[in-house]
Ligand binder design. Structure first.
Ligand SMILES: [Zn+2]
Length: 113
């Protein structure tokens, strides 16, 4: 039986909407980065001295993938009623904290930043 959430339905709806927007944004940005990489490959093909792809891009993409995974996990946790609980100590993560970082899985005491 799913546990009852400490958050009100409207708070949950707000957090879920925020995550779904982030989710869509990340999907788009990952798609764009892929397209950008492909165009870089095409450019490099004809260029005499192709430059290395920016290392920053790889870091950003990795971060986008990590956030994407975190958000999809958080959305699943809303469905199971486990959302908003610290995965380490089990205490409630405050709504204020989740409003800033809705995919958070640790409370502030457990070392969130
Ligand atoms: Zn905790």
């Amino acid at each position: 039986m799913p546990r009852t959430s400490a958050f009100s339905p409207s708070q949950l709806r707000e957090l879920r909407t925020e995550m779904e927007q982030d989710f869509a944004r990340l999907l788009r940005s990952m798609g764009n980065e892929q397209a950008a990489t492909e165009s870089w490959v095409n450019d490099a093909w004809s260029a005499e001295s192709p430059s290395e792809p920016d290392e920053l891009d790889a870091v950003l993409q990795e971060r986008a993938h990590a956030r994407f995974a975190a958000i999809s996990a958080a959305l699943r946790r809303i469905d199971t009623g486990a959302y908003g609980e610290c995965v380490r100590c089990g205490s409630r993560i405050s709504f204020d904290r989740l409003a800033v970082m809705p995919e958070a899985t640790l409370c502030i005491a457990c070392g969130g930043n």
